[in-house]
Ligand binder design. Structure first.
Ligand code: SF4
Length: 415
């Protein structure tokens, strides 16, 4: 069989990488492909993704696999051993050359490189490291590099990856050990977490060393991240949120990404036939935000879920929590502490900080709060101002229906 050309390999291996959400423009509305010169800017295409650099800049990355050959057989993965897909494999030199050539043309500012496991985890890890080594050592490449690391590889190799990469990641894939054992029989939760623990130690030692010694080598300065697949197994939202919080706490992850499982061609029979609604992924990102920036404990986010452990899809988890704990409201915007203001539906972190700054000089009225936020309608039942008190609003049985977005709006996000 004829070997694929470089362009064909790029087509196969950039397409195969699109299922990894760790740097993604996922969640946007689908438009048809802009391939073949028909229109521009479709978000369905593959090859380039966006990520945020440590300084907050949004950067474009070449997102590609080194190979989609794999000796593992994870049921949810299109590249699994038993999948009937077209295979291709780059050499490390080819990936380095492509990265440099796209970089010089200003298409990208960095590389997101992952791989199926070919021959052995160690061999694959060596090949990934070689790409980063060529870029950094032979070409003095200063762009961003995100390397997926392989938990089954030797710890020393995983460590070497962190010396070249800005960010490293290991996918935990599924929130429960039972789910991982069933859907990824070659993977081991203990090994995955052991590798994450090793990276956490190396990242904090590296950060410490660079503070003390000017020329100390940097180790993954943009930290580590992971991805969880949503909807491929029976795990509830409460399970997923609990796992994410545990990962943030134990391994100091920069981000946990949630990726709604999408049925793949030639799918394994153990997988659900339908993808979960995309809005479920969105609600999990909102919960993640509540834990990271709004001071919610994971148990509190789980309280926003129903008895089945699932977050409501029609309203956001912050509103769901407020409706469940109505006795905590209304909150006086002129007196309440920051942590309670952050619980008010419709009040974001920036708006809360602006309220705190303004109320030092004057007593806030409803109109003032309205000026500091996007819309005051959602928060009216939950706040008290100098000229506003909701009286019976929080007791109304139909409050949820009043505040939930209309169904037509929800369809924008439906699968
Ligand atoms: S290890 Fe599993 S998830 Fe990774 S490429 Fe192979 S089959 Fe896919």
């Amino acid at each position: 069989m004829a070997q694929p050309s470089l362009l064909e390999k790029l087509e196969i291996l950039a397409d195969a990488a699109k299922y990894d959400a760790s740097c993604a423009s996922s969640g946007t509305a689908k438009r048809s492909s802009s391939a073949g010169g028909k229109g521009i800017g479709s978000t369905e295409g593959m090859g380039i993704c966006h990520a945020y650099a440590p300084d907050g800049r949004c950067i474009s990355l070449l997102k590609v696999l080194l190979t989609n050959h794999c000796v593992f057989d994870c049921h949810y993965c299109i590249n699994r051993k038993s999948s009937n897909v077209r295979r291709a494999r780059f050499t490390p030199q080819e990936v380095a050359d492509l990265t440099l050539s796209f970089y010089r043309r200003n298409y990208i500012e960095g590389l997101f490189l992952s791989s199926g496991i070919v021959k052995s985890p160690d061999h694959t890890m060596e090949q990934l490291i070689e790409v980063a080594r060529i870029l950094r050592e032979e070409h003095d490449f200063r762009g961003y590099i995100h390397l997926k690391t392989i938990p089954e590889a030797d710890a020393e190799l995983v460590h070497q990856a962190g010396l070249y990469a800005d960010r490293v990641s290991i996918n935990v894939e599924l929130p429960t050990v039972a789910g991982l054992t069933r859907l990824a029989p070659d993977k081991n939760a203990g090994r995955i977490e052991g590798a994450m623990g090793g990276l956490k130690t190396a990242i904090s030692e590296g950060a410490d060393a660079t503070k003390r010694f000017k020329h100390a080598p940097k180790f993954a300065p943009a930290g580590q991240s992971t991805q969880m697949i949503v909807g491929a197994d029976a795990a509830t939202d409460a399970d997923i949120v609990g796992k994410a919080s545990q990962l943030y706490g134990r391994f100091k992850l920069r981000r946990v990404y949630y990726s709604a499982f999408s049925p793949i061609p030639d799918a394994s029979a153990v997988l659900p036939l339908k993808r979960p609604p995309l809005i479920r992924e969105h609600r999990l990102y909102q919960s993640d935000w509540l834990m990271r920036f709004y001071g919610y404990a994971p148990g509190e986010v789980a309280d926003a879920a129903g008895a089945d452990g699932m977050l409501p899809l029609d309203i956001d988890p912050k509103l769901a929590w407020a409706l469940r704990f109505r006795e905590r409201f209304p909150v006086d915007v002129n007196r309440a502490p920051r942590e309670m203001l952050l619980r008010v539906p419709g009040l974001g972190v920036r708006a809360v900080d602006r309220i705190l700054a303004s109320r030092r000089h004057r007593t806030l009225r409803l109109e003032d709060v309205g000026r500091l936020t996007v819309s005051v309608a959602k928060m009216r039942p939950f706040i008290v101002t100098a000229d506003w008190r909701p009286v019976t609003l929080t007791d109304r049985a139909d409050l949820r229906a009043m505040l939930a977005p209309k169904a037509t709006q929800l369809e924008l996000f439906a699968a």
